[in-house]
Design a protein around this ligand. Structure first.
Ligand SMILES: Cc1cc2nc3c(=O)[nH]c(=O)nc-3n(C[C@H](O)[C@H](O)[C@H](O)COP(=O)(O)OP(=O)(O)OC[C@H]3O[C@@H](n4cnc5c(N)ncnc54)[C@H](O)[C@@H]3O)c2cc1C
Length: 448
C-alpha cells in the first residue's frame, strides 16, 4: 500500500519538550533577513548581486523543525477529509454538485475561518496554516473540488481585512469566520483577463452617495453559491487607461440585478465558475473596499497569498495523484512483473516526487515570509510556477502509469489530471509568472 507523501510528516522532528520547542522558535529568529533588507535599502539595485543577497537570506534564515501545532492541523484536517471518499468527490464532480456536506464539516471544525482575525471570531492564524489546510484537503483526493469550495471564504476577504472600513468588517468577517458567508471574486472579463487595465464593468455615482454597476464578468468562481462578490470595477477613466480608475466593492449578488450562468468547463465541476451580468446593480457607499481608484492596488495586496494558497492546493493534487500511481505501479503486473520495475514508469514518478518536494519547500518559505511581513513576491510566484509544473508532472505520470484505466473515471486519476492542468492557467498563467520573475527580479525589459 503506497503512503501519502510525508512532506509534512517527514520533518517532524526532534522537538520533544517545551524547552526544545522554545529553542526551536529562538532558532527561527529571522536575523539574516534584516541584513539583507538593509543591504537592499542601501543599494536599491536589482541584478545578480541582489539575487546573491536573496540566496544568503534563504541559506541563513531557515529552520526545518515543524511547529507541533502545524502537525495537529494536518492530522485534524486529514481526519475530517477521511469521511469524504473518492465516490463522494466523483459524484460531486460528475453531477456538478457543490460539496455542501464537506463544506459544513470544514466550517464546523473551524477550518474555514482559520485565517480570519480573532477579533472577528476567526482563528487568527496566518497563510502558513491556511496553506496547510488547503494542501491536506487537496491531497485527500478532494483536489480542487474540495479546496476551492472553501478557499474564497477562507481568504477571499483579505482585502476587507486589510483595507475595509469598520462596518464592512463588522458585518461580513464574523459570518465568514463561521463559514456562513460564501464569497465570490469578480475580476476577469471577456476582454480583461491577463490585462486587468482593460476592465470595462463600470460603477457610476447615483447622485445620492451610492453607485450603480453595469457590466459583465466571466469565470467568477462560486457565484452560484455566493451571497457577496468582491468586485473590481471602473469608477474613472476608460478601459486601457491603466489601473488608476479601478475601485473595489463588496457587492451583493442580488438576483434582481445579476444574471449568473455557469461556464461549462473541463474539470473542478463541483465548483462552478460563472459568467455574471450586472444590470443596474445598486451599491451603497459603505460597500466600497478601501479607496476609490486604489482597487487594483488593494487586489494586488492579496495576490501573493493567493499564489501561495494555490501552490499548496496544486501540491496536494500532485501528491494524491502520485500516491495512486505508486500504488498501481507496485501492484499491476505486465509481462510477469510489476510495471513499477520499469524505469520508464518509475522515473517520471520519482521526478514528480522531487518536483513536489521542491515546490512544497518554496511554498512553505513564501508563506513564512508573508506571515512575517517580509517581501514574498519572488517566492510566491516561484512557488506558484513550480507547484503548477509539479502537479501536472505528477498527474500526467499517474495517468500514463494507469494505462487505459487512467482514462476511466473509476480510477480517479483523470479527475486529478483535469484539475492539475488548470494550475498552469489560473489564477495566473505560467507565462505571467515567468514575466514577473523576468521583469521584476531579473530586471529584464518589459514585454507589455
Ligand atoms: C476554472 C477557472 C476559475 C477561475 N476563477 C476566477 C475567479 O473566481 N475570478 C476571476 O476574476 N477570474 C477567474 N478565472 C480567470 C483566470 O484568472 C484567467 O483565466 C487568467 O487570469 C487568464 O486570463 P485569460 O483567460 O483572459 O487569458 P488571456 O489574458 O486571454 O491570455 C491568454 C494566454 O496568453 C498568454 N499571455 C497574454 N499576455 C502575455 C504576455 N505578455 N506574455 C506571455 N504570455 C501572455 C496568457 O498567459 C495566456 O496563456 C478563472 C479561470 C478558470 C479557468
Amino acid at each position: 500500500m503506497a503512503r501519502s507523501l510525508p512532506i509534512e510528516r517527514s520533518v517532524v522532528t526532534h522537538v520533544t519538550s517545551e524547552a526544545d520547542r522554545a529553542d526551536s522558535i529562538r532558532r527561527s529568529t529571522p536575523r539574516p533577513i534584516k541584513i539583507c533588507d538593509s543591504w537592499r535599502s542601501k543599494n536599491g539595485a536589482r541584478g545578480v548581486t541582489d539575487l546573491e543577497a536573496g540566496m544568503r537570506v534563504r541559506l541563513g534564515g531557515m529552520d526545518f523543525a515543524v511547529d507541533p501545532d502545524h502537525q495537529d492541523i494536518v492530522d485534524a484536517v486529514d481526519r475530517v477529509c477521511r469521511d469524504f471518499d473518492d465516490e463522494y468527490w466523483s459524484r460531486c464532480d460528475r453531477d456538478h454538485e457543490f460539496p455542501w456536506d464537506f463544506y459544513r464539516a470544514m466550517a464546523e471544525g473551524g477550518w474555514v475561518g482559520i485565517a480570519i482575525p480573532e477579533e472577528f471570531g476567526g482563528g487568527g492564524r496566518g497563510i502558513t496554516e491556511a496553506a496547510l489546510v488547503l494542501n491536506r484537503i487537496a491531497a485527500s483526493g478532494a483536489a480542487m473540488n474540495g479546496s476551492t469550495a472553501v478557499h474564497l471564504t477562507m481568504f477571499g476577504l483579505n482585502p476587507v481585512v486589510k483595507f475595509g472600513n469598520d462596518r464592512l468588517k463588522q458585518e461580513f468577517l464574523p459570518r465568514a469566520a463561521t463559514g456562513d458567508l460564501h464569497v465570490a471574486f469578480g475580476v476577469t472579463e471577456p476582454d480583461a483577463g491577463t490585462d486587468t487595465s482593460r476592465i470595462a464593468t463600470r460603477a457610476v455615482d447615483d447622485g445620492m452617495g451610492g453607485w450603480i454597476i453595469n457590466g459583465r464578468k466571466i469565470w467568477s468562481s462560486k457565484a452560484l453559491e455566493a451571497e457577496v462578490c468582491l468586485l473590481l470595477v471602473r469608477t474613472d477613466g476608460d478601459p486601457g487607461d491603466g489601473f488608476g480608475g479601478l475601485t473595489l466593492f463588496l457587492v451583493d449578488l442580488d438576483p434582481a440585478h445579476c444574471d449568473i450562468a455557469p461556464i461549462p468547463k473541463l474539470g473542478r465541476n463541483a465548483v462552478a465558475s460563472c459568467e455574471v451580468a450586472y444590470d443596474d446593480l445598486p451599491v451603497e457607499a459603505w460597500r466600497m473596499v478601501g479607496e476609490r481608484g486604489r482597487g487594483f492596488h488593494h487586489i494586488l495586496h492579496g495576490l501573493n497569498p493567493e499564489r501561495i494558497l494555490l501552490s499548496a492546493m496544486a501540491c496536494g493534487i500532485g501528491e494524491v495523484a502520485l500516491d495512486r500511481a505508486v500504488a498501481y505501479a507496485a501492484d499491476r503486473e505486465v509481462f510477469g512483473r510489476p510495471i513499477g520495475a520499469n524505469q520508464a514508469i518509475s522515473h517520471p514518478l520519482a521526478i514528480a516526487r522531487m518536483q513536489l518536494t521542491g515546490a512544497m519547500a518554496v511554498m512553505r518559505e513564501a508563506a513564512w515570509r508573508y506571515d512575517q511581513d517580509l517581501d514574498c513576491a519572488e517566492l510566491a510566484n516561484t512557488a506558484k510556477y513550480l507547484a503548477a509544473e509539479a502537479s501536472w508532472a505528477a498527474a500526467d505520470a499517474a495517468m500514463q502509469t494507469h494505462g487505459g484505466l487512467g482514462y476511466a473515471t473509476e480510477y480517479q486519476v483523470e479527475r486529478f489530471w483535469r484539475e492539475a492542468r488548470l494550475q498552469r492557467i489560473a489564477p495566473v498563467s505560467q507565462e505571467m509568472t515567468a514575466n514577473f520573475i523576468a521583469q521584476n527580479i531579473l530586471g529584464l525589459p518589459r514585454s507589455y
